[in-house]
Design a protein around this ligand. Sequence first.
Ligand SMILES: C[S@@+](CC[C@H](N)C(=O)[O-])C[C@H]1O[C@@H](n2cnc3c(N)ncnc32)[C@H](O)[C@@H]1O
Ligand SMILES: O=C(O)C(=O)C[C@]1(C(=O)O)C=C[C@@H](O)C=C1
Length: 267
Amino acid sequence: MLCGRYLLEYWLSITHYPISMINRDILFSAPIAKLGDWTFDERVAEVFPDMIQRSVPGYSNIVSMIGMLAGRFVRPGSRVYDLGCSLGAATLSMRRAIDVEGCRIIAVDNSPAMVDRCRRHIDAFRAPTPVDVIEADIRDIPIENASMIVLNFTLQFLEPADRQQLLNRVYQGLNPGGAVVLSEKFSFENAQIGELLYNMHHDFKRANGYSELEISQKRSMLENVMMTDSVETHKKRLEQAGFGHAELWFQCFNFGSLVALKPEADQ
Ligand SMILES: C[S@@+](CC[C@H](N)C(=O)[O-])C[C@H]1O[C@@H](n2cnc3c(N)ncnc32)[C@H](O)[C@@H]1O
Ligand SMILES: O=C(O)C(=O)C[C@]1(C(=O)O)C=C[C@@H](O)C=C1
């Protein structure tokens, strides 16, 4: 199993779970007669750490480096947003890295099953930076006084028509000198490269123990709810929102992460 042990150990190191508490994702291993649309329900939340590590190439690197970015960007007395926090992996990584006073992390997700488990993860350990875990749609929450905002594989689940407006609010809610991290599954403008990276992702899933049936059933369920954009489209949206420039800081196959900075006030 490619990197499986390492990835699992990483999650355990940030959550401090005993290994017996990580449930294996076998949700789609048997044929499902009527495949509905994908939802982040109770069953997905229960296996999510195993699912995301076996499905998203580079996930553990991205999560740990979001912590490193937090150490660099989070300012005293500011807010940090984790939009679409799921079980709180990015929140935990950032909380561990923040070494300034008076900050608050706002972790938001609209899945009750994710929010319930996220609260339990966060509450299990004491740390100086408080975390509010909020059950809400990220399109509805106020964003203000932020030094860092993370969208770690969340924007892809919003209606494409709503994405620009959310990024506009992200820009407006960031303080000068703040950073946004946007991780996504990408589509590609070049068909040949797009097909190669898509196939490499499937190879990654197979190497992590998923069968052809699991891969294809999940793909059909995601079809109507996860609309991917190209890196170029993401960069254009971030620039349109007000960010002077956005850059890829991580990519593995068709998954990756962008960073964009709001200029300091006097620039
Ligand atoms: C792939 S998961 C994110 C993984 C997570 N950020 C991490 O680092 O482990 C996407 C999450 O976004 C949430 N989500 C999708 N659309 C949302 C919305 N409109 N408002 C709030 N949360 C949303 C889902 O419930 C799900 O938990
Ligand atoms: O594209 C896929 O096949 C995925 O599994 C991707 C993805 C994601 O990027 O969020 C989709 C749903 C799950 O949350 C885990 C991974």
